[in-house]
Structures are given as C-alpha cells and as structure tokens.
Design a protein around this ligand. Structure first.
Ligand code: MN
Ligand code: MN
Length: 303
C-alpha cells in the first residue's frame, strides 16, 4: 500500500541521516563557542565556522559532547532491544554516564542517578528542570516515531521524564520531533515556520519574535534561538554557523539547529569540510542508526 503523501524512501533515509548527522555536526561546531558571548566570539574568531574543537571542554577537532552521545546511546538502546523499551534507554544512559563522558548536565546526571539507585524511570515533576537536556537528545525519538504523531508524543515525554519532568521541556520535545517529521516528509522552511508560529500561539513563552537574544540552556531560550536562526537563514551551513555564533549553550543550540536543518536541507547540503572533521566513530555509526530507526518507524510499515 503506497501512501501518496509519502516521499521516496531513499529521500526519507537521506533526510533522517542528515538530521542525526546535523546533531553531531552542530554539537562539534558549537562546543567551541559554548558559554561564550556573541561579542567574545566575534573578537576571537570573526565568524566561527570551522570544526576545530577546544572550547571550555578542550575538545579534539570533531569531538562531540553529551548531546550527540545521549542521542547515540538512545538510538543503540532502541536498536538493541528491537523496540521501545524505556528501561533499556535508561540503562543506556547509565552505561553512558559510567563511561565518564566529557560533559554531563546536572539535571541529566541527577535523573540518571535516580534510575541507577532507585530504578525509577521518571523523576518527579519540577518547575526547575526546564533545561534543554531532554530536548537535545530527541533525534532518535523523532526518527523512530516517524509517521505517527501520537507515538511521537508518548515516546518524547517518556524519554524526557527519565531526567526532566517539566511541561516546557515536554512541549519542546514533542514539537521538535514534529518539526523533524514534517521536514522529512517534505515541508518547506516556510511551512515549518507556519507550524512554529502556531506553536507559539498555544505556547506563548516560546515566542521568538523579536528575538530576545538569550541562548542559555533554559529550554525557552534554546528554542527561541533555534527558531530565530532556522527561520532567518536559507541553508544548512548558514543556519548552524549563525546559531553557534550566538554563543551561550552553543553546542546544544547547534545540535538542535542541525537536527531540523539536516531534515530540511538533506545530506547534500552538509559542508564536506565539516563531515571530514567529525570524529570518524560518530560519522560511521550515526548514519547507520538513523537508517535503522526510520526503517523501523511506523511510516516504514505503511510505505
Ligand atoms: Mn553538550
Ligand atoms: Mn550544551
């Protein structure tokens, strides 16, 4: 049964790969300017547009951080358990934390310890847990739920609550998943912007026009930053470069911009010089995970 709205499957796989690679590239590019102000970046780099590592974490060129790593560990957990198994995902996060990652956010760390010590898959609701740590790892969820928005909503919130149980975080997780879905299905930048403008009517905290120019790890600041630069640029490269040059939580805003821009513009638009620089372990595993996830999504069963 061929759904007429379904794009060519090769195109779906291509955009899924570009979305997951976009996370890794935005993370690797943005980690250099994480916690800098846009003014400091300008003084030091002019425009920061090369994957060179360093930053406050003293990374190697092409090295990724928690944003990409948590996404990869979640993708592996889905693949290894052959389905959506929240315990397997939490177990993956625990293994990741035990692997002594280069960076880990405090809310993620607390949530993962909550699982390790108490075997709980959900932290209690908290108005303070409105960081972007659950949002930054949404790409495997978006790809694996492709074709079913109800499943997206459930998976997005379930995985989020392992570490972040907060309505703003939940809303952002679901909506970013939706943007990835729509971009893979062929929506244009203008169509995505219409969706985002509808989203901010129902969730006015996320209003991004005029852009408040805060790019912190607070999920509202993060979402506004990604929306602003996604909708004011016209290519993958321009979108990611503009985003990470705003500074702040630049690896995470970069990763999220890359997630949407990858799904929107596709693999052909990703600068070759960035691909060459990315950690080879990441650039070989990420496309395979992305392909597995969409090939086992609800859409794969109706296409
Ligand atoms: Mn990070
Ligand atoms: Mn970050």
């Amino acid at each position: 049964m061929k759904n007429i709205e379904t794009p060519d499957w090769n195109e779906v796989v291509d955009k899924a790969k570009a979305s997951f690679m976009g996370v890794a590239l935005g993370d690797a590019l943005g980690a250099t300017t994480e916690f800098m102000t846009s003014r400091e970046i300008k003084v030091q780099f002019g425009v920061h547009n090369q994957i060179i590592g360093k930053g406050w974490l003293y990374l190697k060129p092409g090295q990724v951080t928690d944003d990409t790593e948590m996404s990869i560990w979640m993708g592996r957990a889905i693949q290894d358990s052959g389905g959506w198994d929240l315990s397997a995902i939490a177990e993956g996060f625990a293994d990741w934390m035990k692997s002594r990652p280069v960076d880990i956010g405090s809310t993620c760390s607390r949530g993962i310890k909550n699982y390790i010590v108490h075997h709980r898959l959900e932290v209690p609701p908290s108005q303070w847990d409105a960081g972007n740590g659950a949002l930054m790892r949404m790409v495997p969820v978006a790809l694996y739920s492709l074709g079913d928005e109800e499943i997206l909503g459930r998976y997005a919130v379930e995985q989020a609550h392992i570490t972040h149980n907060n309505p703003l975080s939940d809303a952002a997780c679901i909506f970013f998943g939706r943007l990835v879905h729509r971009a893979i299905m062929g929506d244009t930048l203008n169509q995505l912007q219409t969706l985002a403008d509808d989203f901010v009517i129902t969730h006015p905290k996320f209003r991004y026009h005029p852009y408040p120019k805060n790019s912190s790890a607070y999920v509202v600041d993060t979402v506004q930053t990604v929306f602003h630069f996604l909708f004011s640029t016209a290519s993958f490269e321009e979108c990611l470069v503009s985003t990470v040059n705003q500074g702040g939580d630049a690896d995470t805003t970069g990763a999220l911009a890359g997630m949407i821009a990858g799904a929107l513009y596709g693999i052909q638009e990703i600068p070759k010089r960035w691909l060459k620089r990315l950690d080879p372990k990441v650039s070989s595993e990420v496309p395979m995970l992305a392909e597995y996830l969409v090939n086992h999504s609800p859409l794969s069963r109706i296409s």
